[in-house]
Design a protein around this ligand. Structure first.
Ligand SMILES: NC(=O)c1ccc[n+]([C@@H]2O[C@H](COP(=O)([O-])OP(=O)(O)OC[C@H]3O[C@@H](n4cnc5c(N)ncnc54)[C@H](OP(=O)(O)O)[C@@H]3O)[C@@H](O)[C@H]2O)c1
Length: 233
């Protein structure tokens, strides 16, 4: 059972001009602001959220993910389903978006399905101080982009993706990466999950260098008790 029609989601989330650079993030939180349940975001979502999550991937040229989320959530090769492939082909897009990873320590295995099962060669953003040997090893399976001195520079990431012809950028978190990107974010899609989580879970933004950034509510969808909010910078 799909709570939303395809037309409804496209009307809510498709951008008017795909050539215009747009960095969108998609995150989920409980009513009390928890970004995880027992260490993962999976305990917060439901089929309606999965539908929005998949639709946002369908619309993306590139999906940016922090290494912490890849490790915690066990991401494999980034692949959209057949229906999304058909839509993308009909709109002149490559079958799948590119996965762009952000990492400092580069504690990722080149033999991971992230790389070996990727339909498109992933990008890996890192900085000058990251381990050289690991960088060379990962360079066999991904395009490594050095961007920043001792941390990955968010504006540099956006500029690089635009130059590479990927202006529709989707960040799927996690909280540390979103904190890094907060200053260059154009849109935040936030699912509010009808749960009081309690405990010490992280929020969707961690270690953000700026605070109190105003955003404008641009859309609201509802599926039973779940809310889907679109905020623009
Ligand atoms: N609620 C949601 O919507 C949502 C979404 C995604 C994830 N999550 C949850 O969030 C948790 C993970 O949190 P997290 O904050 O650790 O996730 P994260 O942001 O995906 O990963 C943090 C790691 O990403 C790398 N990184 C991020 N920004 C960087 C920068 N500017 N420069 C260099 N490296 C950078 C570093 O990788 P290295 O460690 O490799 O150096 C850093 O340790 C998991 O429990 C996951 O389930 C929730």
């Amino acid at each position: 059972m799909r709570p939303f029609s395809e037309a409804e989601l496209l009307a809510a989330y498709a951008v008017a001009d795909r050539t215009r650079p747009h960095l969108r993030a998609n995150m989920i939180a409980s009513i009390d602001g928890a970004a995880t349940h027992q260490g993962l975001s999976g305990g917060l979502n439901n089929p309606a959220d999965k539908q929005v999550f998949d639709l946002l991937r369908r619309l993306a040229d590139v999906v940016l993910v922090g290494a912490g989320t890849l490790r915690a959530e066990g991401y494999g090769g980034l692949r959209v389903d057949e229906e999304d492939v058909a839509w993308r082909r009909a709109h002149g897009l490559p079958d799948h978006p590119v996965l762009a990873i952000v990492s400092s320590r580069l504690a990722l295995e080149p033999s991971s399905p992230l790389f070996t099962e990727a339909p498109r060669r992933p990008l890996l953003f890192t900085h000058e101080q990251s381990p050289q040997r690991q960088r060379a090893a990962l360079g066999e399976v991904a395009d490594v982009v050095v961007c920043g001195h001792d941390a990955v520079d968010p504006a540099g990431v956006v500029a690089e993706l635009v130059v590479r012809g990927m202006p529709q950028m989707l960040c799927e978190g996690g909280p540390h990466l979103l904190g890094t990107l907060a200053g260059v974010l154009d849109e935040l899609c936030l699912t509010v999950s009808p749960l009081l989580e309690g405990g010490g879970a992280v929020r969707i933004l961690r270690d953000a260098p700026l605070a109190h950034q105003p955003m404008r509510l641009a859309g609201v969808l509802r599926a039973e008790d779940m809310l889907f909010l679109r905020y623009l910078s």
